[in-house]
Design a binder for this molecule. Structure first.
Ligand SMILES: NC(=O)c1ccc[n+]([C@@H]2O[C@H](COP(=O)([O-])OP(=O)(O)OC[C@H]3O[C@@H](n4cnc5c(N)ncnc54)[C@H](O)[C@@H]3O)[C@@H](O)[C@H]2O)c1
Length: 336
């Protein structure tokens, strides 16, 4: 039987062994000394306990290997612990995988969220306990060259991934309106930073560059994302979890738009200085490859609501955040 200090509140964090969750857990434990964290993660290919070494011996932290779709498991966790909050990070998160095999996305992202909501609804009757859904700006579809997503933008998801996240957001919303559950949803832009899985853009560019391989860039490389440093995102989640208004959604972005090709060049230029090649530049390894099906052109977030109402703003400058991220991967990939 897992033990957590009984005098503290305990929250469930799902998907805490993935990229954002494993940055969030150490941050949250340090910021909230009277709250225990129970991390439930299935440890899919995307999750690793190596990401959480720094909290393994923390007495306010416990881990359960499990699936958020497993109703009996989630129910037993609520029976055994006095759970006063849930922050749901667990998801299948890679758009390319959702194009090739969408089923898992429907299962985890929709059915898993439904399962958590159902158990919480049952155990939390008459309480003001909070359910925080971690979502994405991709639910709003694709922008042209101008404009920004706002909290009241229409949902127009274009990939099975974003459609599954959109469905989960609607379920969360419905549990507030129908059952009065205390919920918040945050929709963030693309995160970057340490501990991201190798499959994602920034780690892929670093890994293939260092490995002397072609650096694959989809289409013409002009797709634009608004990059948010993962620690800025963690601060935003903590703020919204504690102070966001029930039933509301908040957009979190880095105010930092850049296209994929420019990111690849930036990384190559930094690597040219940190680990110079014998001949030439890493830039020469960049290769355009067949575009992703239905590739959204541009995402950009207007985070005014979080800034005005909750005093949250992304602080990390992209060049500094990228430099820190590259250093982390250089350490990870040192023997490529
Ligand atoms: N990374 C981004 O740029 C980004 C941007 C917007 C929103 N998000 C959202 O943030 C959340 C976290 O994203 P991430 O990048 O850390 O993802 P990730 O893929 O790195 O991690 C996902 C984690 O969830 C776990 N998981 C998957 N299925 C599970 C299941 N059925 N039960 C329990 N655990 C399961 C995995 O083992 C993994 O540890 C996701 O909900 C994602 O949709 C991410």
């Amino acid at each position: 039987m897992l033990e957590l200090p009984k005098e503290n509140k305990t929250i469930v964090i799902t998907g805490g062994a993935g990229f954002i969750g494993s940055n969030f857990i150490p941050f949250f434990l340090a910021k909230n000394p009277a709250i225990n964290v129970l991390n439930i993660d299935k440890l899919t290919y995307a999750g690793s306990l190596d990401n959480l070494k720094e909290v393994q011996s923390n007495k306010r932290y416990a881990f359960i290997k499990g699936d958020i779709c497993d109703f009996d498991l989630i129910k037993s966790v609520f029976e055994d612990f006095n759970i006063t909050g849930v922050i749901n990070f667990a998801a299948e998160s890679h758009v390319d995988n959702s194009i090739n095999s969408p089923h898992k996305f429907i299962k985890t992202n929709i059915e898993g969220t439904f399962n958590l909501l159902e158990v919480a609804r049952h155990f939390w009757k008459g309480t003001n306990n909070r359910f925080h859904q971690i979502s994405t700006d991709e639910v709003f579809g694709s922008l042209g060259d101008n404009g920004f997503f706002k909290e009241d933008s229409n949902y127009q998801p274009n990939s099975p991934y974003s459609a599954s996240k959109a469905s989960a957001d609607f379920l969360v919303r419905s549990y507030h309106h129908t059952y009065g559950m205390n919920v918040v949803t945050s929709n963030c832009s693309n995160n970057y930073g340490p501990k991201q899985h190798d499959e994602k853009l920034i780690p892929t560019v670093i890994r293939t560059a260092l490995g002397g391989k072609e650096i694959p860039i989809y289409g013409n490389g002009k797709n634009v994302r608004d990059w948010l440093y993962v620690i800025d995102h963690c601060k935003g989640i903590d703020t919204i979890y504690h102070r966001g208004k029930s039933g509301e959604t908040y957009l979190l972005g880095g105010n930092n738009e850049i296209d994929n090709l420019s990111i690849a060049h930036k990384i190559c230029n930094i690597l040219d200085i940190k680990i110079p090649k014998e001949n030439g530049s890493y830039n020469s390894q960049i290769k355009f490859v067949k575009d992703r099906l239905g590739h959204d052109y541009r995402y950009a977030v207007d985070a005014t609501k979080a800034s005005k109402n909750l005093n949250w703003t992304a602080l990390e400058k992209f060049d500094i955040g990228l430099d820190k991220t590259i250093d982390w991967y250089l350490n990870k990939y040192h023997n490529i």
